[in-house]
Design a protein around this ligand. Sequence first.
Ligand code: SF4
Ligand code: ZN
Length: 321
Amino acid sequence: MTDNVCTQCGYEHTVIHRKYNGQRLCSSCFKKSIEAKVLKTIKKQKLVTKGDKVLVGLSGGKDSVALLKILNILKEKRIIELEAVTIDEGIAGYREEGVRIAVDVANELNVKHHIVSLNDRYNFTIDKIMKLEEKEEHPQNACTYCGVFRRQIFNQTAREVGATKLATGHNLDDETQSILMNYLEGNVNNMVRIGYKTEARDKRFTPKIKPLREIPEKEIGLYVLESGFEVHFDGCPYAHESFRMEIGDFLRKTTLQHPTIMYSTLNGFEKIKPSIKRDYMKNNTEKPNKTCIKCGEPSSQDICKSCSFIEKIHERLDMEE
Ligand code: SF4
Ligand code: ZN
């Protein structure tokens, strides 16, 4: 058999050679294999049940575009209802492109799409916050704020639209990075929450699911391109050289010589997770059993992290005027 023959159908033009299992696939067999693998994960891990309303966090990046396209198969079979939400954090020169792609993809797939901007909701943007931070002696990085606000907006939107599941595009690379990072940092508390379904610490949070968790990042990019969608490659200007990036580089390099390493990391972790949970969760008292007096979201304090950030940012913006 030549190097360029699909191991599935025999067609003489392949788009991928999967070193981890030896397959060479043509475009059509490759796309089918990705869809079948994700749908199998959804079924095996019981990520959705018939009648679920799934809200996809659609950034316009390759992962969320692939996720929407595959979940749309279940929408077309009338197994689930599907909507998407894009958060516009107000990052000039970066977010506009993602929002444009998100609008196009949702339109093409006929999926109801919500765009929530930080500026409309909170009256400031990440760019504005970073202007304030520039003046500080020890500036916080943008992701500290961005992550907290995005989480709040996702949870609120899920509740507003009546979603029963919130789906995110985390892929195999993201997940193995999280496992390794938290292990190396000794952060057992975060480690036990990594999974196909994010363990909600409070019933008022919509359960989060990660259907792409077994798909390598590279294959998701290829799937989106082969499906005829645009891929948004630009990175966020505020993404910094983080520990996650170091771990990501290490894993990518290791994968070149050991093609199955990400799968074995993920599978090994899934095996030991129940024991860690059993022994560790007994002592975990960090549950958000209160309600934020400002926004009504579940919180471990009287005022949630997002609302306390909002208050401080408004105070600082007022002083600037
Ligand atoms: Fe937000 Fe940080 Fe992601 Fe940029 S890299 S979008 S600032 S979380
Ligand atoms: Zn709040």
